[in-house]
Design a binder for this molecule. Structure first.
Ligand SMILES: O=C(O)c1cc(=O)[nH]c(=O)n1[C@@H]1O[C@H](COP(=O)(O)O)[C@@H](O)[C@H]1O
Length: 235
């Protein structure tokens, strides 16, 4: 992370139904974006090949597949994914799953990110799902378990980043979706933070989907976020 430029810290989520639409978006964004996230929508729409093509074109790729299964399945799936050349892979931040993913990526440069509490959840949503602890306590526990499993980072809201950075130290990557430039629609996100606030709080990477991909001018929207990251990271 240390050598990443402001542009390299923006990860654009290619949440579109197929590789054709993703490709059109990538062309439109051009050199304004260097890092893309491919999640379930595009991958289940036949877009997994795009991951290795983007890597071949010099982009970095985050495969957001949120693995969670018995350890053997997670380990073997992670080993397959590691061959694609992606930079990040998400798994749910449960100790067995994290340990299996860490074993599965052995010998590759893939980094494993543990998903803590979805940014669309608040305390009431966790209670409704049967959890006794709220967002902060759950994120904290899962962050420590991610670190203890030897994984590389966590997914969390930037609303928790400052506190989590103090808890886990400098080495764990803090990757934050739920980013919304001032004045943009929250959509289905609940724990939202602006790009500048997220960087100032200590986030390493910002994941942004609709504020870029649904903008009338996606390139301009991406450039505005990169400028906000640069301004917030200036000493
Ligand atoms: O794992 C993720 O990337 C993720 C975790 C989370 O807690 N919240 C979250 O929004 N995401 C993803 O981040 C992206 C956010 O998209 P927008 O809400 O359109 O900016 C989506 O692709 C989500 O799947």
């Amino acid at each position: 992370m240390a050598s990443d430029t402001a542009r390299d810290r923006l990860i654009v989520a290619l949440d579109v139904p197929d590789a054709g639409q993703a490709r059109a978006l990538v062309e439109r964004l051009g050199d304004s974006v260097s890092f893309y996230k491919l999640g379930m929508e595009i991958v289940y729409g036949g877009g997994l090949d795009l991951a290795s093509r983007l890597v071949g074109e010099g982009k970095r790729v985050f495969l957001d597949l949120k693995l969670h299964d018995i350890p053997t399945t997670v380990e073997r799936a992670t080993a397959q994914i590691a061959r694609i050349g992606a930079t990040f892979l998400t798994v749910h931040a449960y100790p067995q799953t994290l340990a299996a993913a860490v074993a599965g990526k052995a010998g590759s440069s893939l980094k494993i990110l543990g998903v803590t509490v979805m940014t669309s959840y608040d305390n009431a949503d966790l209670a409704a799902a049967g959890y006794r602890s709220g967002v902060r306590e759950t994120v904290e526990r899962r962050a420590l378990q991610t670190r203890d499993a030897g994984a590389d980072g966590i997914i969390l809201s930037a609303a928790e980043v400052a506190e989590l950075r103090a808890l886990v130290g400098a080495d764990l990557l803090l990757v934050t979706p739920g980013i919304r430039p001032a004045g943009s629609d929250a959509n289905d996100q609940k724990r939202i933070v602006t790009p500048g606030e997220a960087i100032r709080a200590g986030a390493d990477y910002l994941v942004v989907g609709r504020p870029v991909t649904a903008a009338g001018d996606p390139r301009r929207a991406a450039e505005a976020i990169v400028e906000e990251i640069a301004a917030a990271s200036a000493p």
